[in-house]
Write a protein that binds this ligand. Structure first.
Ligand code: NAP
Length: 350
């Protein structure tokens, strides 16, 4: 059997694409990713980056309220257990993703909890191979595999993820644990400048820890950060270890000079924000689709989700190194669904 549309990925773009294609009666099949140790370590488990965050305060439609009751009524009980109750708050990242997943299921989306490890883009229908070795054929494919935040790879970063270690100031910066406290941002690019400047709204002080003596960031962003009285830069410095304990999470960071490891310093902080770039999840495509210089999939027509291969569409962060928000990912997932639907119709394959 040849599927009309296969969607690879299970973040907001994947589920938005599933909801739209299901409602268009294209009977989408979603590969949501495999639950493996490798995916856990890379940050690519099912439900994507949002499943790794806490509160989501900027996704429209979820003001603070009694979320627990709503979740009890709308999500399958078998998937409800692991989510924390959130009464009095807005929605959390995992809850938002479960809600989107359930919405896609409600319209008949089929889900396979496996990774796609290969897509043969050279002929139609496309042939997709899963991690468990199964083959699937599809007339159209929506790639919605997202991107993963880069971390330095220190064990201590891993220990305190969701307890003070984050890679998204916009997502997490306003949480109570970061308010009126000293924080640190790692990196020297535009993201680091933007995150540090954003965090000064909440923090008592923000350290930028950068490995060189000049920023990579654009002049205007760097100047804005440097002019901010709450920001202090630790130049030529790298992180040695994130410090903390079980009770409080992150309590500090130990840095060292790049040229002299004996020159160490401990900074008291409650939040550690990695801003050293993202990596789009495109390995399984093995270079068959056009990418930009940073490896993100390219939309070959402005305002369309077409990739360089006809019948393959890209949505969400895998094709976005700029906005990277849940709401923009969901929006482009909708666009990819409509593009796929119209393309299938134009080929008489709907
Ligand atoms: P980026 O420009 O690649 O910068 C990454 C930074 O992290 C660099 O300063 C780099 O140091 C540092 N870094 C990388 N690996 C490291 C490691 N292992 N240890 C220590 N430091 C490390 O990434 P980005 O800042 O996320 O920006 C990505 C793109 O989005 C850029 O094109 C940027 O202009 C754009 N962006 C734009 C805006 C805006 O205009 N509002 C906001 C955010 C991002 P080195 O400098 O030494 O290499």
């Amino acid at each position: 059997m040849t599927e009309k549309v296969i969607i690879i990925g299970s973040g907001p773009s994947g589920w938005a694409a599933a909801i739209y294609t299901a409602r268009a009666d294209l009977k989408p099949l979603v590969f949501e990713g495999a639950i493996t140790e490798d995916n856990r370590l890379k940050g690519t488990l099912p439900l994507g980056q949002l499943a790794l965050t806490t509160e989501v305060e900027n996704y429209p439609g979820f003001p603070a309220g009694n979320m627990a009751t709503y979740l009890d009524n709308s999500i399958d009980k078998s998937r409800r257990g692991y989510m924390n109750d959130h009464s009095g708050h807005g929605v959390s990242g995992p809850e938002l993703m479960e809600l989107m997943r359930q919405q896609a299921v409600n319209f008949g989306t089929r889900i396979n909890t496996d990774d796609i490890v290969d897509v043969d883009c050279s002929k139609q229908p496309f042939v997709l191979t899963t991690l468990s070795g199964e083959k699937y054929e599809a007339h159209s494919v929506i790639v919605a595999t997202g991107a993963r935040a880069n971390y330095l790879g220190l064990p201590s970063e891993e220990t305190y993820k969701n307890a003070g270690v984050s890679a998204c100031a916009v997502c997490d910066g306003a949480l109570p644990r970061f308010r009126n406290q000293p924080l640190a941002v790692i990196g020297g690019g535009d993201s680091a400048m933007e995150e540090a400047t954003f965090l000064t709204k909440f923090a008592s002080k923000v350290f930028i820890i950068h490995r060189r003596e000049e920023f990579r960031a654009s002049k205007i962003m760097a100047e804005r950060a440097l002019a901010n009285p709450k920001i202090e830069v630790k130049w030529n410095s790298v992180v040695d270890e994130v410090l903390g304990n079980d009770e409080k999470g992150v309590t500090g960071v130990r840095i060292q000079h790049v040229d002299d490891a004996s020159k160490k310093e401990e900074l008291p902080i409650t939040g550690y924000f990695a801003a050293i770039g993202h990596t789009p999840n495109t390995d399984f495509l093995k270079g068959q689709l056009e990418t930009n210089s940073k490896g993100y999939l390219v939309w070959t027509t402005p305002q369309r989700t077409y990739t360089s291969v006809e019948g393959i569409f890209a949505a969400g962060d895998v094709a976005d190194d700029y906005y990277r928000q849940a709401i923009t990912a969901a929006g482009t997932g909708c666009m990819a669904a409509l593009d796929a639907e119209r393309w299938l119709a134009s080929k008489g394959l709907e």
